[in-house]
Design a protein around this ligand. Structure first.
Ligand code: SF4
Ligand code: SF4
Length: 278
């Protein structure tokens, strides 16, 4: 039976899609964004063991050659992640569909659905299909939060089981996208068009980052694309905040409110009817 590599599960989230949702964050990502707020979800643990000695609370051990993290003992001090030479941390664990369902079932009466996120959750798409089939039986909705690098048009089973997708379009300009993420954006834009054509694009998100992106050009082009697809699709502009980021990779400059409001105006004038700023 397939297992998923899960970084964490948040039983109640109000920021990962509509309503109250259980958010499941998968480990591993094929982008390496300069501003990643959860860089410890990008890589997979190499089992080097360096973090075992770092933990003052005895929450990390090596059992049978594998690094094991003990949730009960962990005080969430963050030292293991800070010191990991692989930028990951020891907290991701392999979980079966049944194990995840058990967590969902505990809170089922209080949530409207689940959201899978990451890392990049679609890198574990076969596991997602198994999970979604069971979640459907619980009558819950399923949202996918993605960087758009997996071709949704070629993953019919996954798409059929998914209610809605929240898609990052980090940059419309391919060179800029590559500089920011180390990957091209052609698949991201293809997915935006495909998901909108089947009414499964719930939201597009762009992080506004001064000194790194040409934000006005970026928001201008992305909002034109959204308006041409379906002007009711929500466009979320996210203010870059230097929380959890790798400060050696990116200068800490936050956009001010004036800049964000101007960008919101650009998107609205381009025809997007549902622009929000967070
Ligand atoms: S976050 Fe938890 S596991 Fe990591 S060093 Fe701190 S107490 Fe130990
Ligand atoms: S979490 Fe990092 S430091 Fe700990 S064993 Fe894995 S790769 Fe090594």
């Amino acid at each position: 039976m397939l297992k998923g590599l899960v970084n964490k599960i948040i039983p109640f989230s109000l920021v990962d899609g509509p309503g109250n949702r259980t958010a499941i964050f998968f480990q591993g990502c094929n982008f390496n964004c300069l501003y990643c707020h959860n860089p410890e979800t990008i890589k997979k643990c190499r089992q080097c063991g360096a973090c075992v000695l770092i933990c003052r609370f005895d929450a990390i051990s090596i059992v049978g050659g594998s690094v094991i993290w003990d949730e009960e003992k962990c005080k969430d001090c963050g030292e293991c992640i800070k010191s990991c030479p692989n930028d990951c941390g020891p907290k991701a664990k392999e979980m079966s569909v049944d194990e995840i369902l058990k967590e969902i079932t505990k809170v089922k009466s209080f949530i409207s659905g689940i959201t899978v996120s990451g890392g990049e959750c679609t890198l574990q798409k076969e596991f997602l299909v198994d999970l979604f089939e069971e979640v459907r039986k619980l009558g819950l909705t399923i949202f996918v939060d993605t960087n758009g690098s997996t071709d949704f048009s070629k993953n019919k089973e996954l798409v059929d089981l998914t209610d809605m997708v929240m898609l990052d379009i980090k940059s419309f300009d391919n060179d800029e996208h590559k500089k920011l993420t180390e990957r091209d954006n052609d698949m991201v834009l293809k997915n935006a068009r495909y998901l909108a054509s089947i009414n499964k694009l719930y939201e597009v998100r762009t992080v506004v980052v001064p000194n790194v992106l040409n934000n006005f050009n970026n928001v201008n082009e992305i909002s034109k694309l959204i308006a041409s697809l379906d002007n009711e699709i929500r466009y979320k502009l996210i203010k870059y905040r230097p929380i959890g980021v790798r400060t050696e990779k990116i200068e800490i400059v936050q956009p001010d409110n004036e800049m964000i409001e101007e960008l919101k105006g650009v998107a609205t004038r381009n025809g997007c009817k549902n622009v929000i700023v967070v």
